[in-house]
Design a protein around this ligand. Structure first.
Ligand code: P6P
Length: 335
């Protein structure tokens, strides 16, 4: 009889000792994300049945229509992390500014800040395409016992202590790293438990899938245009296959399993691209590197970029190491 798979709760406990900050707070934080993921998953799965579809008529700081599920997911993740009194600050794509968590009984003794994209790919909600939650976790840099400042959030991605995503797809998964590899857990909805289904996830060094919105082709830099033409050329293992879901978490997840590259470059209409450095690119870059992949803005390692603003955007190229390096080569040659 096949051995029962380890649950996420068991995995967290078993690996807590290996995490250099073994205070248990990070484990409690991952557990709070697990709970919020289950609650949001329940709503995402029935979104088509209840009046939770469609925009709420507001727009977020990005100027994007806020979908009801966006707002709901944002509220649930913030509520869960706040209630468990684990973090001292939260930044979210859906919040103009960061939220200082003033822990009543411990006077700002919590050490972690979390940055989240509560429902990435939300424009896909109404057409029943996979969406995801992305999270990034840092230790605060300002003194414990004082309110968090923007400095605690504007840390380089190479300072992350954990990062991951929830993908609400044909099955719901949590994929995360604490700096010791990437592991994927699949939800058994019948009992509400996540099981270790994808241990030690790794990007194949090479791949044959490229993910980019080719509708923006005429606006791309020459290096990106040249790389896309390279992918389409009949030579060796090319032409590659084009797969673009319009949901970063889903495209990333597929590329990590099958091998591939995801690109959201800058363009003449988006001078820094579309994706946000702090709660999309940095966490996905941490996962990519922990899974033997690579992530850059075309020239510089994503996790070495010094953030200057909470919602700043950067060009993003991420996936199988050799594919990212080939794209970077085209970017350099086009300079
Ligand atoms: P476009 C979703 O809004 C998102 O941030 C990513 O999940 C996705 O890959 C990208 O934007 C899609 O953007 O401009 O191609 O529709």
């Amino acid at each position: 009889m096949s051995q029962r798979k380890q649950t996420l709760g068991e995995f967290i406990i078993e690996n807590q000792a290996s995490f250099k900050y073994t205070s248990g707070e990070l484990s409690r934080l991952i557990n709070s994300i697990r709970l919020a993921a289950k609650v949001v998953n329940h709503e995402v799965n029935k979104a088509g049945l209840v009046d939770i579809l469609g925009a709420v008529g507001d727009t977020n700081i990005q100027g994007e229509d806020q979908q009801k599920l966006d707002v709901y997911a944002n509220e649930k993740f913030i509520q869960t992390m706040t209630k468990r009194n684990i973090v001292c600050g939260i930044a979210s794509e859906e919040e103009d500014d960061f939220i200082a968590i003033n822990s009543q009984d411990e006077n700002h003794q919590n050490k972690y800040v979390v940055l989240i994209d509560p429902l990435d790919g939300s424009s896909n909600i109404d057409v029943n395409v996979s969406v995801g939650t992305i999270f990034s976790i840092y230790r605060r840099v300002t003194p414990v016992g004082t309110p968090v400042t923007i400095e605690d959030f504007l840390q380089k991605g190479n300072q992350q202590v954990a990062a991951g995503y929830v993908v609400y797809g044909t099955s719901t998964m949590i994929v995360y790293t604490t700096g010791d590899g990437v592991n994927g857990f699949t939800l058994n909805p019948a009992i509400g438990t996540f099981y270790l289904s994808h241990p030690n996830m790794q990007f194949p060094e090479n791949g044959r899938i490229y993910s980019v919105n080719e509708g923006n082709y005429i606006h791309f830099p020459k290096g990106i245009k040249d790389y896309i033409k390279y992918c389409q050329m009949e030579e060796g293992d090319r032409p590659y296959t084009s797969r673009y879901i319009g949901s970063l978490v889903s495209d990333f997840h597929r590329n990590m399993i099958k091998g591939g590259i995801y690109m959201y470059p800058k363009s003449s209409t988006a001078s820094n691209g579309k994706l946000r450095l702090l709660y999309e690119c940095n966490p996905m870059a941490f996962l990519a590197e922990q899974a033997n992949g690579k992530a850059s803005d075309g020239f510089e390692r994503i996790m070495d970029i010094q953030p200057t603003e909470l919602h700043q955007r950067v060009p993003f190229i991420c996936g199988s190491k050799n594919m990212v390096e080939k794209a970077e080569e085209f970017m350099r040659n086009a300079e």
